[in-house]
Design a protein around this ligand. Sequence first.
Ligand SMILES: Nc1ncnc2c1ncn2[C@@H]1O[C@H](COP(=O)(O)OP(=O)(O)OP(=O)(O)O)[C@@H](O)[C@H]1O
Length: 245
Amino acid sequence: MKLRVTDVNCSFEGKTILEHMNMDVEEGEFVSILGPSGCGKSTLLNIMAGLVQADSGQVFIDETLSAGVSGHFAYMPQQDLLFPWKTIMENVCLYGKIHGDVKAARKQAAENFDKFGLAGYENKYPHELSGGMRQRAAFLRTALCKADILLLDEPFGALDVITRGDMQDWLLDIRKELGRTIVFVTHDIDEAIYLSDRVLVLSGKPASVKKEVVIHGEERSKDWLFEQHETRKAIYRILKGIESK
Ligand SMILES: Nc1ncnc2c1ncn2[C@@H]1O[C@H](COP(=O)(O)OP(=O)(O)OP(=O)(O)O)[C@@H](O)[C@H]1O
């Protein structure tokens, strides 16, 4: 499904955070959002997910106005939001439970526990895991949700560089398999280049889309990524221009 944000404005306590925010994400497209710290990236995802009400503007899924929380989205916010009283397996299978197919969800989860470095932790509780493991569990839960659009807010922020690379590869793979539409917030330019079809760079407060960078490259690999000097430089300069204002 495709996603469209039209002229969204949002303020908190009289301070404008998002101003004339417009963006489109095509069906099956992977769009990353980069921007200065605190500029309003999470707020934008919260508005898309229907958790925060914008002052004005609209969010459309395909051509239908989306109002309030929609089952079309699977949202992974920055905090892992695992239920502390549920085991890791129960947490990961939460959406399967909501959609009434626990057995299929457990099977799919079990197939991925090893890849996610969670094997042996199925029956542990969130407080027994490291921050990085909890983040991977929350990511697995979101990725296994059958929703059409994934909203991922810095899903790999707490991971070491190798695990992060593995999770990125996994995300690229499932994306190919499932053809999901993905909006991905990150602070990492390389991660945005590696994963995305397009990178949207937001301006500082109030935020709007300052620049859009299309990423070309059919077959992504880490070797391919190491060669993307020009794209990296271009995005860095846009960000630096915003930050130094
Ligand atoms: N519910 C709220 N009430 C008041 N202010 C808020 C609320 N939510 C966010 N803000 C403020 O809005 C601004 C944008 O916050 P937001 O979390 O969206 O930024 P961000 O770009 O995701 O940040 P980061 O890069 O640090 O993750 C911040 O100044 C924040 O303090």
